[in-house]
Design a protein around this ligand. Sequence first.
Ligand SMILES: [Zn+2]
Length: 207
Amino acid sequence: MTRSSPKKKKVTGKARAKSRTPLAKKRKASAKKPATKVVSVDALGFIPPCPVTAIPAITDAVALRMENGERLIWDNTAAELKAAADKLVKAIRAEKDGSAVITSAYRPQAYQDHLRGVWDRARQLQGNTSAECEQRRREVRAEMNRHSLNVNVPVAAVSNHTAGRAVDIDWNLPNAVDPNARVAELAKAAGLSHPLPDTDPVHFVLS
Ligand SMILES: [Zn+2]
């Protein structure tokens, strides 16, 4: 997902350019190469590293499934969650021009950590235009887009999706006088609450 050593290539290129270097010396230089030593990078005149660290790699199996596109996972959810979510979806769709799609249920903490890690970095990079962070900004921007995150909307460090009690439903009630009030009513009838209508409108929790 994210690469962290764009400098490697440059080192090779630079080393090759010095074609007069005796072979033994060359070999010695390239043997040292694997270490991502900040010192040697600076000494060779390359730009210093970005102070914002790379997005950590995901290792958790379920988090990887999600990162690879499988976003709706019912494993580890409360027994009544899926039935409640299905009931709410049906109720919303029964309203005039109502639409609803379940987009997320269980999320392992590792996946939440990933989302939070991306968002944290996006916030740290806000207003940063330095050359040394250009690559990092690209990586973070790509992940922000991939996960539809907004730098102004904080990602919870701990979410009740990890407890299997929350579901995200992308819904629309274009004909309701007060869509938030109406969806809260329908949610309540389905056994769910709608705790964050303004900041996280897709989020419903078992009540
Ligand atoms: Zn949610």
